[in-house]
Write a protein that binds this ligand. Structure first.
Ligand SMILES: [Zn+2]
Length: 240
């Protein structure tokens, strides 16, 4: 089977790239997680661009300012530069998901919605079928699924174990497949016969939105990985 060549990797920040400090606003609290720098270096060496997409509702909730977010971003990029890793672009959602004044004025950028994907895709001319996503929450995987990415991964760092439990999946295998339909309103019919025991084969599926076929034959893969390094290994194996 032909593997999709991934051209861009979307990465969640808190709990995936760095320690989740819960509404981080101080650059001194920016702490890269184990394996992340080396893994991104290897991924970038394959010509894959790296983008950060992060929900930062602490801004909308009034816990910290946008300038605090940018200060943390600068520190994160400084630490990644020690691995020669360059972040091509970053998008963040500053909105409070439960605004007290206008609860119906929801934003369209908070993951698992795909506003941040649409913004970055337009600016960088990206094709969703050549993109991958990694994050520690089901909303991160849902983001990748909703955007139509080739691969979306839940990692066991940060909130990953809690979210895996919610989804009824385990991290027993180095990489295991789970159903994308658990993650979003989009119904995804997966051909189960194509899933190997360790779940590393491609999945051919039919994406349905509100009961109507959207993109028949969309190739979507949801996987879990213990560490960023496990994910990078899987991603790079698929590149060759
Ligand atoms: Zn938003």
């Amino acid at each position: 089977m032909n593997h999709t060549k991934i051209e861009a990797l979307f990465v969640d920040r808190d709990g995936t790239l760095i320690e989740d400090k819960h509404y981080l606003s101080d650059p001194q609290g920016v702490q890269l997680l184990e394996h992340v720098g080396e893994s991104l270096q290897k991924i970038q060496a394959q010509g894959i661009k790296i983008f950060i997409v992060t929900n930062q509702s602490g801004i909308g909730r009034g816990y910290f300012a946008e300038s605090d977010f940018f200060a943390c971003q600068k520190e994160l990029e400084r630490q990644l530069s020690a691995f020669d890793v360059h972040i091509t672009d970053t998008a963040f959602c500053p909105h409070d998901p439960n605004p007290p004044l206008n609860p119906k004025d929801g934003c369209t950028c908070r993951k698992p919605q795909i506003g941040m994907w649409e913004k970055i895709a337009k600016e960088h001319h990206l094709d969703a079928s050549k993109c991958a996503m990694i994050g520690d929450k089901k909303e991160d995987v849902g983001f990748g699924v909703n955007a139509g990415f080739a691969l979306s991964c839940l990692v066991a760092t940060g909130n990953g174990l809690n979210h895996a439990e919610k989804l009824g999946i385990t991290f027993k295998n180095e990489a295991s497949i789970f159903s994308a339909s658990l993650l979003s309103d989009i119904e995804i019919n997966i051909d189960k016969t194509s899933i190997s025991e360790h779940g590393t084969s491609d999945i051919q599926c039919t994406r349905k939105i509100n009961g109507v076929n959207d993109k028949t034959g969309t190739k979507t893969q949801c996987m879990s990985a213990q560490t960023f390094a496990d994910f990078a290994k899987h991603l790079l194996e698929k590149q060759s």
